[in-house]
Design a protein around this ligand. Structure first.
Ligand code: G3P
Length: 214
């Protein structure tokens, strides 16, 4: 499972790219707003340090508007992927963009049916929002498992990005469910490196090494 970061904050991305763990980035209008900057300005900075793709979301809700925004965004940097909401106009836009060789990430996916439609319209990625399903006590693990399984059965190449991740359990369980990618917020990535036994063990090793230096 590849790790993407779910943030619009350039410093945070650079920090985890330095760790060597981040392959791509996803953003959305809420995350860009938190950065206090505009999308056109922040996307090139986000895209520069990452090897993989950067998802930038359209705000239009009609096909023609989405396509226009997508064309503009895809001119900013080469590795941008257009994030399109899972609505009927969005599917139409995915189809048009596929024909233009522009990659898409269909977002706000909450069901198998939506995932299938997005894939058949030609989406490069689908993003089930597992945290929001967990919030309403829906079986988010099953949804990811089922989408991955069904895509495999039918030879669908669309990749699954597990999104709306809130904690380490979400990461671990979508990894076992077979998601190709998890897009993870900074605070969860920071929590993933920590274990009290690692700190305790290291402290002991350093103390023992120190005792041999006398
Ligand atoms: O990748 C989707 C994500 O940004 C949404 O997360 O926490 O707002 O449900 P959240």
């Amino acid at each position: 499972m590849k790790i993407f970061m779910d943030t619009g904050n350039v410093e945070e991305i650079e920090k985890f790219v330095d760790w060597g763990v981040v392959y791509g980035v996803t953003t959305n209008p809420s995350l860009i707003a938190k950065s206090g900057r505009i999308q056109e300005e922040v996307i090139p900075e986000i895209a520069a340090p990452v090897k993989g793709t950067v998802s930038a979301e359209v705000i239009s809700t009609v096909c023609a508007g989405m396509v226009k925004e997508a064309e503009k965004l895809s001119k900013i940097v080469g590795n941008v992927v257009i994030k399109i909401p899972c609505i009927a106009e969005g599917l139409k836009a995915v189809r048009v963009l596929r024909g233009m060789c522009i990659k898409t990430n269909v977002t706000l996916v909450f069901s198998m049916g939506q995932a299938l439609l997005a894939a058949r319209a030609g989406a490069t990625y689908v993003s089930p929002f597992i945290g929001r399903l967990d919030d309403i006590v829906e079986d988010w693990v099953k949804l990811v498992e089922n989408i991955v399984k069904a895509f495999k059965i039918y030879g669908i190449e669309t990749e699954v990005i597990a999104a709306s991740i809130r904690n380490i359990e979400h990461v671990e369980r979508v990894m076992l469910a077979g998601a190709q990618i998890a897009t993870i917020p900074t605070k969860v990535l920071e929590a993933m490196i920590k274990h009290p036994l690692t700190d305790k063990g290291l402290e002991q090793f350093l103390a023992d090494y120190g005792s041999t230096m006398k």
